[in-house]
Design a binder for this molecule. Sequence first.
Ligand code: MEV
Length: 320
Amino acid sequence: MPAISSSAPGKVILCGEHAVVYGIPAIALPVFKVSTTAKVFAHPLFEPGNVHINAPAIALDDSLTSLEQGHPLKIAIDLVMRELGVDHIPSCEIRISTTLPVSAGLGSSASVTVALVRAVSTYLGHPLADEIVNQIAYEIEKLHHGSPSGIDNTVITYGTPVFFELGKTIEYLKIASPFTLIIADTGIKSSTGAAVAGMRERWNADPTLYNTIFNEIGSLTLKIRKYLEEGSIEDMGKTMTENHKLLQRIGVSNDELDILVKSALASGAWGAKLSGGGLGGNMIALVHPEISLEVSQALLRAGAKNTITTVIPSSSGVRL
Ligand code: MEV
């Protein structure tokens, strides 16, 4: 049974989540320590056109035709078929496995779509270009999250640190020195769509207040970009913590995230903040590599359900 296999990473947001939905720049990094793999096994002996999908993370083990019309996986596959101008898929089984926690701010929905779109288009004989994969993943992100900025699907599709601003050309970021992040999970599932919708309600009630805060967040994103380019990692940490304080003010943090941020800072992290939609999910702490174990243990004692330590490598600003 020949198999086609495609993978996609997870992501963290270093600065600018939520504000990015309102046109403020943000910085996102791919995280390859967590990933999604989609495999397509050709099954010539299945009935013609029988496509079976197995995705244990969302308790799915069924045929494509039995999924409801609006199911994101079904729509993603339909969009691939439309793009390629094909009207049927040769019988196969699609297996999607992921090490990303779902609804935890690490980009699981975009990671699943990107891996799936790549695997299915390759199975159909025409691997899609990243630009198209990204467009399809953005359409599916809208189904999941309402009105997303597109930053998650972009960083996950291109697999490179990005400086992202709505409606502008994607910029790949230069990173002068590698740095270590600890990603800590509150264990609280949180829907990005709900967090973005809640933010929209608050913004509608007082756009002046929130635009002022979003602009402050935008200045932090620019500072962080500069620090990344110069290799000023400690300065970047302080700026991340400032970002967390502004995220608290716009109402997307919660006690569990705040406790983890405090614990990371108390145990020596250079900076810490929530990452992604907030209201649960994951936070990130920037640490000197020598104390990563200590900080990670402190985070677990403070209530983190899991931690992942990852080194973000230096990059030239050109896509790898
Ligand atoms: C989610 O990773 C980032 C948010 O800003 C939503 C988005 O930009 O689509 C919260």
